[in-house]
Write a protein that binds this ligand. Structure first.
Ligand code: ADP
Ligand code: MG
Length: 334
């Protein structure tokens, strides 16, 4: 920290601010927010506290020099996405910041970005910590806290043979955005570039969908590492095999336009960072989930089935297993 702004100043000016910081009485369950040694949160009877943490490091999870507001969006969105995947409702978050210097402009923009996201998803800031960064790079750690009815969280382990595999939204944008975000020259049109960058920096955490899948889906996960890689976690945890039809995977039209058909499919299957939900649904609940798509105005696509066995199999139109690297495709992450 520079001498001009003390840690206390930073907290007061940029984090203990209206619209971002938790206000006891206004935010359900929170009795005490920023300012004491701990925040206090009451978990209502019959509910469980869902907690998840994601760390974002400059140069690994976002490019050096990315706009502070956008980094803030992404940092909170990827955390909220984990709550969505469990079917939990956000309660609040804590923030660990490691900064090379205390730049008031950067902090103001970062705070604004956090505030927008926090307000949009009713997830206020409850506390945190700030330190100087040892290596000169920005590090952001967020821990989200959410609430879920006891015993009803969507787990990775509930998929059963006969269930259908489904995915929300359209995939591939975040991976198609990467070359652009890494500063590689290209001929992408302005509207496509804007849409891809928004997908990368401001993924929409599917909280409403997650909540509505409780009691309907048998297993769920959010897509952070890539559809195939993440579904493999469900396959492992549930001790089943997931068999997908590549031609049914919803590939984003923008990704197709920018990356071409073949690459866009690869982005959708292996690219990661889309933060859509992938989930399995018992046949009896498929119709209700179909109605959910209409209600939420969100595309939900059936892409395969759960079978006995292990792993994830992805078939092409001829029914042959697709040859495709399954992980680590051009990733800006570790
Ligand atoms: P302590 O040294 O007792 O941990 P701090 O001076 O670090 O206390 O923090 C004072 C208060 O400010 C605490 O309530 C803490 O949660 C909060 N706080 C510190 N850093 C942040 C931050 N980056 N965002 C939100 N609240 C913060
Ligand atoms: Mg502290």
């Amino acid at each position: 920290m520079t001498e001009a702004l003390t840690e206390f100043d930073i907290i007061q000016r940029f984090f203990r601010v209206a619209g971002l910081a938790a206000v006891p009485g206004q935010h359900p369950g929170i009795q005490l927010g920023i300012g004491d040694d701990c925040a206090l949160l009451t978990v209502p009877a019959g509910q469980q506290l869902a907690m998840s943490m994601d760390m974002l490091n400059e140069g690994i999870h976002f490019p050096v020099g990315a706009a502070a507001e956008r980094i803030a969006h992404r940092a909170l969105a990827v955390n909220l996405s984990d709550l969505a995947a469990m079917g939990a409702t956000p309660a609040g978050f804590t923030l660990g910041l490691s900064l090379p210097n205390a730049d008031p402009d950067w902090l103001a923009a970062f705070s604004r970005g956090l505030r927008d996201m926090a307000q949009c998803h009713a997830c206020p800031l409850m506390g945190g910590d700030i330190t100087g960064s040892a290596d000169g790079r920005i590090g952001i750690t967020i821990q989200v806290h959410g609430l879920i009815s006891t015993g009803s969280a969507l787990l990775r382990s509930g998929a059963r043979p006969g269930d259908r595999v489904m995915v929300s939204g359209r995939l591939g944008n975040a991976a198609a955005a990467l070359p652009m975000i890494q500063g590689q020259p290209g001929s992408t049109s302005e509207p496509d570039r804007i849409q891809l960058e928004n997908s990368y920096f401001s993924p929409e955490p599917r909280l409403d969908l997650g909540r509505r899948l409780v009691g309907r889906a048998s297993a769920a996960i959010d897509i952070s590492d890539g559809l195939l890689a993440d579904l493999r976690h469900i396959a492992r945890a549930s001790a089943v095999r997931l068999c997908l039809r590549a031609s049914d995977v919803p590939v984003s039209a923008v990704a197709r336009r920018v990356a071409g058909h073949e690459h866009a499919l690869r982005h959708a299957l292996c690219g990661g960072d889309d933060y859509e939900l992938a989930f399995t649904v018992p046949p009896a609940a498929c119709d209700t989930v179909g109605l959910l798509a209409e209600e939420l105005g969100l595309q939900i696509t059936e892409i395969g089935e759960v079978e006995a066995g292990e792993g994830v199999l992805c078939l092409d139109e001829q029914g042959s297993p697709l040859e495709m690297a399954s992980a680590g495709y051009e990733h800006f992450r570790s």
